[in-house]
Design a protein around this ligand. Sequence first.
Ligand SMILES: Cc1cc2nc3c(=O)[nH]c(=O)nc-3n(C[C@H](O)[C@H](O)[C@H](O)COP(=O)(O)OP(=O)(O)OC[C@H]3O[C@@H](n4cnc5c(N)ncnc54)[C@H](O)[C@@H]3O)c2cc1C
Length: 452
Amino acid sequence: MPGQSAVRKQLATLPSTEQVLSWGRYPQLAPSYVHKPAWNDEVPEILKGAAPGALLPLGLGRSYGDSCLNGGRELIDCRRLNRILGFDESTGVLRCESGVSLADILDVFLPKGWFLPVTPGTSFVTVGGAIANDVHGKNHHCAGTFGDHVRQIALHRSNDGMVICGSEVNPDMLRATIGGLGLTGVIAWADVQLKRVAGPWIDAELVPFHTLHSFLDLSHESDGRFEYTVAWLDCFAGKNPRGIFFRGNHAADRGKPFRLKRGPKLPFALPAWMLNRFTVRAFNTAYYRFNEFKKGPAVVSYQPFFYPLDSIRQWNLLYGRQGFLQYQCVIPEAKLDAFEELLDRIAHSGMGSFLGVLKQFGSAPPAGMLSFPRPGLTIALDFAMRGERTLQLMQSLDEVVQKSGGAIYPAKDARMSPAMFEASFPRWRSFVPYIDPKMSSSFWRRVTGAQD
Ligand SMILES: Cc1cc2nc3c(=O)[nH]c(=O)nc-3n(C[C@H](O)[C@H](O)[C@H](O)COP(=O)(O)OP(=O)(O)OC[C@H]3O[C@@H](n4cnc5c(N)ncnc54)[C@H](O)[C@@H]3O)c2cc1C
C-alpha cells in the first residue's frame, strides 16, 4: 500500500486538462499544466522539478487579465491550501494558508466579531491573491491596502526553501511579495490582522451627485467621518458625471439574526448583441434613478454593501464569449483636467460599461514595492471585448493617464504596453532581484519583455 504522502504526490501530479480563465475571460492563454497541491509540503517538489520561469501560483482567478495566467507554462493552483492554522483572540491575528478565501474568513470570524482589515469588491479572492496584488478597498483613505495588515508570511522559494518574512526578518522580501504578482514564490501561509466589529451591519448612506467637483467635495467631507467611501458613476455623462456616493461605518450590533444570501448563477455566456450602447445606457439611467430614490441613511448587511456583485455567480458571462476588459487607473488629484478628459473620451466612445467605480485613494505610503494605490482618483470601468476598437480606446485612455503621471492597475490589465508599465511603475527594476527564478507570468513577459 502506498503511504499517505505517496498518494498525495500521485494526486498532485495527475494531469489537469481544465480550462483556466481569468475573470475577464480575455486573453485566453492555456497553461501547459496545472499542479494542484493539497498540502504545503508538496510545493517544494513542484518547485524543484520545474524549469526556470515555468511556474506561477494561482488563486481564485479573480484578476481580470493575464497577471494570473502563464500561457504555455505551468500554474500552481493554491485553492486546496485552504486551512486556518491559528487565531489569537487577544490580538486578532489570524494565521491561514494562502488558499483560504476572504469569504471563508468572514464565514468563520464575523460571527465571532472579527472583520477583514481591507476587502476588495468581491469576497471570492484568496489571501495569497490579496497579498500578491496588494488589493485595496473602500477604506483605503484610512486603512491603506491589504498588505498593510499582513504581519508575517511564509514563502516557498525554489532556491532558499521556506522563507519567513516579516517586519523583523526579511522585511524586503515581504515588501517585494506584497504586490509582487506571485513572482517572488508561493505564499504558504500568512498572519493577517483582523479588526473587531460589533456585527455584520453597516450604517450606510447613499448620496447622489451631479459633477466631478461635487464628488470630490463629498469625498473630502466624508473621509474623516466614514470608514468606507466609494462612488458609482454613469460613464455616459462625460466630464460632469452623475453618480451615487456610497459611504458607511460598521454599525452597533442589532441583535437581529443574520443569514448569508447566495444568489443565482449565470448559466452561460450571453450573446454579444445584448450588450450595446442602448442597453448599457438604459441600465445606467435605471441604476441611477433606483439609487437616487433610495438616497439617505439605512442600516444594511455587509454583503450588499461590500460585495453587490457576489450575489450573481459567474456574472462575468454577461459580457459574452469574447469576454471583457477592465480599465483601472489612478490619476493625481492635481490633474483633474486629465481625469475630465478621460471621462470625456469614454463617454464619446459610446463603449462605456455598467460599472464605473470611482474612489479617492488616501496618502498612505505603499505597502509593497509594486503596489498600485497612490494618492489620486482611481476609476475602474468594464468594457466588453470588441476587438481592435476596444483596444484602441484603451490605448487612447493610456495616453491621458501617462501624461498625467498616473498608473494602470496590473490586477485588471490585459493589454498595457511596456512603456505604460514603465510609466506606472518606474522602479520595477529594483523588484527584479526578488523574483524567484522558477516564476514568471504572461503579464510579466508582456510588460517587461522577460523570457524566463
Ligand atoms: C468583482 C471584482 C471586484 C474586485 N474589486 C477589487 C477591488 O475593489 N480592489 C482591488 O484591489 N481588487 C479588486 N479586484 C481584483 C482582485 O481583488 C484581485 O485580482 C485579487 O488578487 C484576486 O485574487 P485571487 O485569489 O483570485 O488571485 P488570482 O487572480 O488567481 O491571482 C492574482 C495574483 O496572485 C498570485 N497568487 C495567487 N495565489 C498566490 C500564492 N499562494 N502565493 C503567491 N502568489 C499568489 C497570482 O500569481 C497572481 O499574480 C476585484 C475583482 C473582481 C472580480
